[in-house]
Design a protein around this ligand. Structure first.
Ligand SMILES: *[C@@H]1O[C@H](CO)[C@@H](O)[C@H](O)[C@H]1NC(C)=O
Length: 272
């Protein structure tokens, strides 16, 4: 009996395709673990962008008219980077959402068999335009110094890395919502049918977990953003590469609410 069980485990493990698919299934716990890991990516990307001052010519179309570009340097870098990444298969992964989805060239590489964990309607949800506006109008001025050091291409690349990390986190709400749905369809389905946004949002809100996230990212920003030297122990209350209170504000004010908005929009389409 035991032996048969072990043999079937081995067969399962050696069957590459089913392993891939099994690995890609999410639970609420595994989706949460991914969100925790993504905090590191976001905080490091904030630190990398904060190395540069605002560098406003990066965002200025008039500045690039001099060199006959239609776009700002930022638009130019992002459009072209996304095109190359799309050809290399980046957007085959349902976790990735482009900022310029129009006219994106198709992938030219073999498609990895990502699992069909999400409902197909997930592909219709892309709130990157809102993220873009929020990023440039509100977030960026909060955590970069004013000034201009001429590193416009590097600045645009740092913006893109950070925007992608933020976008991935927010759109990951689709996976969180699907995992929650699968764990309690009998509770969630009637609310979706009734289009009861308020009740759904209440179901998606766990104040205790949200408060933990906000505290944890602030702590991570202190740990990741401190000056490390061999002589002294880690300093407390020193200066950080990015202000920890801004990281917690970013989560509290935007990342958590927008992720929940994506979760809600996804659930409302879940039975289509
Ligand atoms: C944009 O660039 C042009 C040309 O360099 C400059 O005249 C203009 O003041 C800039 N606009 C802003 C908002 O910085």
């Amino acid at each position: 009996m035991m032996l048969r069980f072990l043999v079937s485990l081995l067969v399962l493990a050696s069957c590459k395709e089913s392993y891939k698919i099994a690995k890609a299934e999410h639970t609420v716990a595994s989706a949460r673990a991914s969100l925790v890991r993504q905090e590191d990516t976001i905080i490091f990307a904030l630190i990398e962008r904060a190395r540069f001052p605002l560098n406003s010519p990066t965002y200025n179309q008039s500045y690039t008219f001099i060199s006959h570009l239609q776009d700002s340097i930022l638009d130019f870098v992002i459009r072209n980077t996304e095109a190359v990444q799309s050809k290399a298969g980046r957007y085959i992964n349902p976790e990735e959402n482009p900022f310029f989805p129009k006219n994106l060239p198709p992938s030219v590489v073999p498609h990895y068999p990502f699992s069909h964990f999400l409902h197909p309607a997930a592909a219709l949800i892309n709130i990157n335009q809102d993220i873009w506006k929020l990023y440039f109008n509100e977030l960026l001025p909060m955590f970069v110094a004013s000034g201009d050091d001429g590193n416009y291409a590097q600045t645009a690349a740092a913006d893109l890395t950070l925007l992608q990390a933020i976008s991935r986190r927010i759109h990951y709400g689709k996976f969180v919502a699907e995992a929650k749905f699968r764990e309690a369809p009998q509770v969630i389905e009637p609310l979706i049918r009734a289009k009861d946004r308020e009740a759904l949002m209440k179901l998606l809100t766990l104040k205790r977990v949200e408060e933990m996230v906000v505290k944890r990212v602030e702590k991570k920003a202190m740990v990741f953003g401190q000056e490390v030297s061999l002589d002294n122990d880690v300093k407390k209350g020193g200066t950080y590469k990015v202000d920890p209170s801004i990281v917690s504000l970013l989560y509290q004010k935007w990342l958590i609410p927008l992720t929940k908005n994506v979760e809600l929009e996804y659930l409302l389409k879940r039975l289509d």
